[in-house]
Design a protein around this ligand. Structure first.
Ligand code: ADQ
Length: 458
């Protein structure tokens, strides 16, 4: 009998929740392909008074266990420490980080309460797999409540260089928390190396011959498991009625102009202002391309109550407006910028007709849009992927046009090159890219992580 899988993530794909993000889709598939299991997380509800216990219900083979947050918990743990301290620091934006002790205390308290709730749902031979930066301390809290079984953690965002990680006043407490896990998984070799370097240089950790690290009286394994997608699914979405209808709708508006596409959550880590500036610069430098190309940026706002996100929205509105005013014409709008999300089928349809995809985050754990775009292409007439060298995906996708997202001139050149690239070169690059996307797909990610976790028992 395989062990039962128990997953914890801040948000889940419980019925009624949109399963739009990459994480939710990946974890849903992991649970269903294993024949079911438990999925623990925040219900998304904010309640007046703390509710005891979790809400349990089954959806097909998945048993959901959902806990509510109170308003102070949501403010301190989620909007506060997770998104105003951990997210910016882990994305190298210490300038945007707020270090508030009260918010850390709320973070710790929610990790403790959730850790205890999860421990109550587990059996000794379960495989527990906890996800992402919201729950760095949850493993330690589960151990403190007496749970001794196998437990792994996967970080979906980058793990910064030790010199940056240590700017968090609670860095050692967080690292100790991570070392309560048997296995800690990262998106890239660079992330895993940063974590190992932090443990050996700052915490007296000793690297063992088998690759594990002995530290804080424990032995922890830190390895790379780059997340992937289901390329067959993306391809079939790209051929769906909804996809074709979306492509047709957009096609009628942009007519026979080449489509340059960006799809991101509206987040300062995604490099959206730099990307728009690069498009503007390309129009500036290549007057012959004016009127022949249309840039569509889809960016639904997220975390709107965090200041830095409000400022970004204002900046993007201004930039898009300025470029359209400077370069647009009676019958041509250079940038179409839509601050809303779309169903996956619609995105797939747009990926398929795009000549160039701009995936240019300043920093990103992996970036699944890069892989989705490649999977949705027509092999005979594939589009060009322009990818930031600071996205985790760049480690696996060297055949994209790699760019430095801070280098506006370099990105402008890459956009022009992508637009003018002959079909032979586009096919050659795409063939190399799709091979990697198929090889390291979502099943590979799940299997390799869970196999490595089970091996920790031996
Ligand atoms: P995100 O920062 O959310 O994820 P990403 O990897 O690009 O970034 O995943 C986003 C997912 O949401 C994709 O599946 C995409 O199709 C979807 N999406 C994006 N924009 C959308 C839009 N406008 N409308 C609808 N859907 C949209 C975090 C890390 C990443 C890491 C993933 C998974 O920040 O680096 O790749 O987790 O580990």
């Amino acid at each position: 009998m395989p062990r039962r899988l128990v997953i914890a993530s801040n948000r889940t794909a419980a019925p009624g929740e949109p399963r739009a993000g990459g994480l939710a889709v990946a974890l849903y598939d992991a649970l269903t392909e294993r024949g079911g299991g438990v999925w623990f997380g925040w219900s998304g509800e904010v309640v007046e008074r703390e509710t005891r216990g979790v809400r349990l219900f089954a959806d097909g083979p998945i048993d959901f266990a959902l806990a509510d947050l109170t308003q102070p918990e949501c403010d301190g743990y989620y909007l506060g420490y997770s998104n105003r301290a951990l997210w910016p620091v882990f994305h190298y934006r210490t300038d945007l980080a707020h270090f508030d002790e009260g918010e850390f205390e709320a973070y710790e308290a929610v990790n403790r309460r959730f850790g205890r709730l999860l421990a109550q749902q587990t059996r000794p031979d379960d495989l527990v797999w906890i996800h992402d930066y919201h729950f760095l301390l949850m493993g330690a809290e589960m151990r403190a409540s007496g749970w001794e079984g196998l437990m792994g953690f996967f970080l979906h965002i980058p793990f910064p260089a030790p010199e940056v990680f240590t700017s968090l006043p609670q860095h050692q407490r967080l690292a100790r928390g991570l070392c309560a896990f048997d296995l800690v998984g990262f998106q890239t070799d660079r992330d895993a190396a940063n974590f190992r370097r932090y443990l050996t240089e700052q915490c007296g950790g000793v690297q063992n011959a088998d690759g594990t690290i002995s530290v804080f009286e424990r032995v922890v394994r830190a390895e790379t498991f780059s997340i992937g997608i289901d390329p067959e699914d993306m391809l079939s979405l790209a051929g769906s009625q909804e996809a074709l209808a979306a492509a047709d709708r957009l096609g009628r508006i942009i007519e026979n102009r080449a489509l340059v596409l960006g799809v991101d959550r509206m987040d300062y880590s995604k490099g959206l202002p730099q990307r728009m500036a690069a498009f503007g610069r390309m129009l500036d430098e290549s007057p012959e391309l004016r009127g022949t190309v249309s840039f569509l940026q889809i960016a639904p706002p997220s975390r709107e109550s965090v200041d830095a996100y409000q400022a970004l929205r204002v900046e993007l509105d201004g930039l898009a407006g300025r470029i359209n005013a400077d370069y647009g014409d009676l019958d041509w709008v250079p940038i179409r910028y839509l601050a809303r999300g779309y169903p996956r089928e619609v995105l797939a349809g747009l990926y398929r007709i795009a000549r160039v995809a701009l995936v240019t985050p300043l920093y990103d754990g992996m970036n699944l849009v890069a892989k989705e775009f490649v999977a949705a292409q027509d092999p005979e007439d594939p589009g060009v992927l322009i990818l930031s060298e600071f996205a985790g995906a760049a480690e696996q996708m060297p055949d994209a046009l790699l760019v430095n997202p801070h280098d506006i001139a370099g990105m402008a050149d890459a956009i022009e090159r992508g637009l003018l690239m002959p079909v032979e070169e586009r096919r050659e690059r795409w063939n190399a890219l799709i091979r990697g996307v198929r090889q390291n797909d979502i099943s590979w990610w799940r299997r390799s992580f869970l196999d490595a976790l089970e091996a920790c028992a031996q």
